[in-house]
Design a protein around this ligand. Structure first.
Ligand code: HEM
Length: 192
């Protein structure tokens, strides 16, 4: 089994694999948590869950920055030959958009709490006070960023579903290595 941390021309290394699944789980978890916390009747529970949502969101933002830096510094493996011309053109666009959502979503959440007149401090995991973004507070700005956060969350999760369906199609329909190689670096058939 390959223990490569970095990507090779045909496979993903551990760093890309771990970041992919960790961020994926956090992203989907954040969507579920966000969906539930704004529908609660208990103010107290809602407050606690929103603080947790903010903590996990900042963690996610840090991981996403790390991931993008890693992606820029360490080229992704080439697509296997089984991938047709249509996907060869569209998949990179979808992936680029996914990176965009991973960045824009936590940033819009951070903007939302920064402009809120409620002025509730963000304390990631109770470790320190996260400064607000330098944006002017107002109810109008809060409404704007809340709407932006909502649209980005729903569009982002739709793209994640499309992305997962595309991966499943590779595995079960096209029967190539595209899904396997983001699970295990040892899949040696990557170049097929
Ligand atoms: C990938 C990261 C994130 C995802 C997927 C996400 C997703 C969501 C979702 C689905 C909602 C519910 C929207 C609704 O139905 O009204 C929500 C609400 C919220 N999110 Fe996030 N969020 C993320 C990151 C963050 C971050 C980093 C912060 C702040 C630091 C944040 C702050 C909030 C707040 C304050 C609300 C409540 C908005 C309201 O009261 O209308 N989120 N989020």
């Amino acid at each position: 089994m390959s223990m490569s941390i970095t990507n090779t021309p045909t496979r993903y290394g551990w760093a890309a694999i771990i970041l992919h699944w960790l961020i994926g789980a956090l992203f989907i978890g954040q969507f579920g948590l966000g969906f539930v916390m704004v529908r609660l009747t208990s103010q107290r529970t809602a407050f606690e869950l929103i603080q947790l949502h903010k903590s996990l969101g900042f963690l996610l933002l840090g991981l996403v920055i790390l991931r993008i830096a890693w992606r820029i510094g360490n080229a992704a493996p080439a697509l296997p030959r089984s991938v047709g011309p249509f996907e060869r053109r569209t998949a990179p666009l979808a992936h680029f958009a996914l990176y965009g959502f991973q960045l824009a979503l936590p940033l819009s959440g951070w903007a939302l709490v920064s402009v809120s007149m409620l002025e509730i401090p963000s304390m990631p995991f109770n470790l320190f006070v996260m400064p607000n973004l330098p944006l002017a507070e107002s109810d109008a700005a809060e409404n704007f960023w809340a709407a932006a956060h909502w649209y980005l969350a729903y569009a982002g999760i739709a793209l994640v579903i499309l992305h997962a369906l595309a991966a499943l199609r590779h595995h079960f329909w096209l029967k190539d290595t595209v899904l396997e190689r983001i699970i295990m670096p040892s899949s040696d058939r990557g170049a097929e």
